[in-house]
Design a protein around this ligand. Structure first.
Ligand SMILES: [Zn+2]
Length: 410
């Protein structure tokens, strides 16, 4: 009897233990108040809100998450997301209010504190409050010195203000954190140094500018504008030979962007009394990349300037199949045709080649945000990323991969 009673007592204790465990799992003590963590999941608003968020339906996401937040007013992450959504909608004041209210909570962990400050920094940056944004990101870094997101935002803020030295210092911190895992780091460090050099050049400190451009090339040998600027400095210092050497180094290091040095080299070779060096350079580049249309265009311009219109015209027709949409080539062809008296045989050759061409005025596009530009830009004016532009080429209709589609048709 005693044994039975004892067994019952043990079973009862076990049951109580299970119930307490369950309750503990379900309720958490927060701020001296028991709250039910499962209540959020019992309303559809939280899930719906997250789904709308993934689907980029901002208004519906705000509506559902606001409902969810009224169920559990303590849920930090929902308030944080709501604030971010207000910012995305352009309601910066409201976003700031939400995030600042979160900062008042006494029970924030260091991580939560840093994250709310980061959101606040983004609000201020979005609203154009530069100083307050700077302050917020710096505060994040006090709490979390290796916060890459805060560092990158700080860098962009300094770039917006053309404070290139500060931007470089911050990016160097990012590069140290990345420790070689982020291939863009060197490239960005190169471009930032180039901007510092340009500022020194504008301020008249030519010697310092030359050293900085050299540094930029050392950091990343593909920093195209640094070669151009260094050559310009050498030329201004009266050393045209050194300038030519620098621009030729650009061509060796970044052959696909050789054309940036064309105008400078053509002029310099002429001044040095050796214009044939430009012809030789173009021929060399054409031999190296038979698809390249820019050396052909440059060569044809050089030949036209020397009055050799027929040779120029032939070069242009060679360039055209490699870039049938290039407006610059077509314009040059018409110039040559005019100089050659609109010979009917030449016009027929041209029309034959251009039958399927589509004209394009803006062949450069940002890989990141698809911003279009007529020229290659080193920093995108829309997403502010460095060196993201590629030249867009469209294949001719008959070159497009339509064979499969055709085979499906009856
Ligand atoms: Zn972009």
């Amino acid at each position: 009897m005693n044994a039975e009673w004892y067994l019952l007592a043990v079973l009862f204790a076990l049951l109580i233990g299970l119930m307490v465990g369950k309750a503990w799992e379900r309720y958490k003590l927060r701020g001296g108040r028991w709250i039910d963590r499962r209540r959020l999941r019992e309303t559809p608003h939280y899930m719906l809100g997250l789904n709308f968020l993934v689907d980029s339906q901002v208004d519906q996401a705000i509506e559902e998450l606001t409902q969810a937040a009224s169920t559990d007013t303590d849920a930090l992450e929902i308030q944080m997301i709501l604030g971010n959504l207000y910012r995305e909608k352009g309601q910066v004041g409201r976003a700031v209010n939400v995030h600042q209210a979160l900062l008042q909570r006494p029970d924030l962990t260091t991580l939560e504190h840093a994250y709310v400050l980061l959101c606040l920094g983004l609000d201020f940056r979005h609203g154009g409050f530069v100083d307050r944004a700077l302050e917020a990101f710096q505060e994040v870094l006090v709490l979390d010195p290796r916060n890459r997101y805060a560092l990158v935002n700080l860098q962009k803020l300094y770039e917006d203000q053309h404070q290139w030295t500060e931007a470089l210092r911050v990016r160097e911190q990012v590069a140290r954190i990345d420790a070689g895992r982020h291939p863009d780091d060197q490239q960005i460090l190169g471009f930032l140094r180039n901007e510092i050099g340009s500022a020194q050049q504008r301020a008249g400190d030519t010697a310092a500018a030359a050293r900085t451009f050299d540094d930029a090339i050392d950091v990343d040998a593909r920093t195209v504008p640094a070669y151009l600027n260094l050559g310009d400095v050498r030329e201004r210092q009266g050393n045209l030979t050194a300038a030519v050497e620098t621009w030729e180094r650009l061509i060796e290091a970044v052959p696909e962007h050789a054309y940036f040095a064309f105008d400078r080299l053509e002029r310099a070779y002429g001044t040095l009394g050796a214009p044939q060096r430009f012809v030789a350079l173009c021929e060399r580049l054409i031999a190296r990349d038979p698809q390249g249309w820019r050396p052909r265009l440059a060569l044809s311009r050089h030949l036209s300037a020397a009055g050799q219109y027929r040779a120029a015209f032939d070069r242009l027709l060679e360039a055209l199949p490699h870039h049938p949409h290039g407006l610059a080539i077509h314009q040059e062809i018409w110039e040559a045709l005019a100089a050659l008296g609109f010979e009917p045989g030449l016009i027929r050759r041209y029309v034959e080649l251009t039958r399927e061409a589509v004209f394009y005025l803006d062949p450069h596009v940002c890989r990141r945000c698809r911003y279009r530009s007529a020229e290659l830009l080193w920093q995108c004016p829309q997403c502010h990323e460095w060196n993201t532009f590629i030249e867009e080429r469209i294949a001719r209709v008959k070159d497009a991969p339509t064979a499969q589609l055709e085979s499906l048709e009856p």
